[in-house]
Design a protein around this ligand. Structure first.
Ligand SMILES: O=C(O)COP(=O)(O)O
Ligand SMILES: [Mg+2]
Length: 226
């Protein structure tokens, strides 16, 4: 099975795909909305609110409470969120079970790995470094590095880099699937991640429930396109 990975470009989403960041995201989000006396958002709800960046996460917390937020307040709450989050970015966040072993296997089989995330670079880099994951990736592409973020396919194209023997995205939510479709690349979706819609409704080429099963899902997706 491993021949299909030689020189393949595999781009990974971060929040909800590589790392279970929800506990630290919810703690920081609830600190950021506290000045406006919003009820704390429960962690299960946050899992359906992540995927379109930090600003969107805060806006969604206000929408959920039926409250309006003006732009200057949003920027102030974003600053607070970023300060709280950055101060203990990997307090409870951990790679999902089997992630490190899967990254090792794919690299040993010759795959070229990247991260394609809507998480701001100032958060992505310390998170991956703190968890010891950064060294697996040839490219780590946050929204600041590209003209537009996922679902825009230019974000994913930047993560893939030059054409390899095949290209595939691994993600957990709709922006990932839309970016892959628009880039003409297959996508496999992690069922344990964060998504507004059920993973099975996103239109993935293949779903996987544990990283031990990632290689098989990727091999299937790659063999259909190369
Ligand atoms: O920060 C977010 O909202 C999403 O990040 P992701 O693209 O890695 O899922
Ligand atoms: Mg995600």
């Amino acid at each position: 099975m491993t021949a299909v990975f030689r020189d393949a470009r595999i781009a990974f989403d971060l929040d909800g795909t590589l790392v279970d960041t929800a506990p630290d995201l919810v703690r920081s989000l609830n600190a950021a909305i506290a000045p406006d006396a919003l009820e704390p958002v429960p962690i299960e709800d946050v899992r359906a609110m992540v995927g379109r960046g930090a600003r969107a996460l805060i806006r969604r917390a206000y929408e959920r409470a039926g409250r309006e937020i003006d732009d200057p307040t949003l920027e102030a709450r974003l600053d607070l969120f970023l300060d709280v989050y950055r101060a203990d970015i990997a307090g409870q966040s951990r790679p999902f079970a089997g992630v490190e072993a899967a990254l090792e296997r794919l690299r040993s089989a010759g795959a070229r790995l990247s991260v394609c995330t809507n998480k701001p670079a100032a958060l992505t880099e310390p998170l991956l470094a703190t968890l010891g994951l950064a060294g697996h990736f040839e490219r780590i592409v946050s929204p600041e590095h590209v003209p537009a973020k996922k679902p825009d396919p230019r974000h994913l194209a930047a993560a893939f880099g030059e054409t390899g023997s095949g290209r595939v995205m691994v993600g957990d939510s709709e922006p990932d699937v839309l970016a892959a479709r628009a880039a003409g690349a297959p996508i496999v979706v992690f069922e344990g991640g964060y998504s507004e819609k059920p993973a099975g409704d996103l239109g993935a080429d293949r779903l996987f429930a544990h990283f031990d099963a990632l290689d098989e899902a990727l091999a299937h997706a790659l063999s259909r396109t190369s």
